[in-house]
Ligand binder design. Structure first.
Ligand code: GTP
Length: 138
């Protein structure tokens, strides 16, 4: 996958198709690649298409467990666990964004906070009747 897809990602949802074994087997190489670019972001594993054969939910898919990742049985077709999986993963993404475990992300967060503070300062100054202009007049 092109590295730009990993840029600034705050979570990863790894989906495989329970009807296609190869998609499960490929998870480890996808995961390896992900961790090269985003070593600390939250990630989960999703077994999709359980509606096609509910018996798969009796099986154990150990990849997620081995990596310490949350695991969900999902059906995109009938909606089983879709909302739960997204809710929990988004929450983890938000938590990570606020408190990143990766040095580069910490730097990005600091820059973002700095930008926000600058914007707040400018709008407060404008409210006080002071027009703030950048040196270039942009
Ligand atoms: N029964 C069932 N079929 C599904 C489910 N999710 C997706 N499909 C079907 O699987 C096929 C592929 O779905 P896509 O949304 O194209 O997924 P994709 O990841 O882009 O798949 P590829 O094009 O094969 O890479 C479609 O025919 C979908 O209708 C599901 O939860 N249950």
């Amino acid at each position: 996958m092109h590295p730009s897809y990993y840029h600034k990602a705050h979570a990863c949802i790894m989906v495989f198709d329970v009807q296609r074994k190869i998609t499960y087997k490929n998870l480890s190489s996808w995961y390896k690649e992900l961790r090269e670019f985003r070593p600390e972001i939250p990630c989960c594993v999703v077994a999709n298409k359980i509606d096609a054969d509910m018996k798969v939910t009796q099986r154990s898919f150990t990849f997620g467990k081995k990596q310490g990742l949350p695991f969900y049985f999902v059906s995109a077709a009938d909606g089983t666990n879709v909302v739960k999986m997204f809710r929990e993963t988004i929450q983890r993404a938000v938590d990570y964004k606020q408190n990143p475990g990766d040095f580069m992300d910490e730097v990005m967060q600091e820059l973002e906070n700095f930008d926000l503070e600058k914007k707040e300062d400018n709008s407060e100054a404008e409210e006080d009747g002071l027009k703030v202009e950048s040196p270039e007049g942009v």
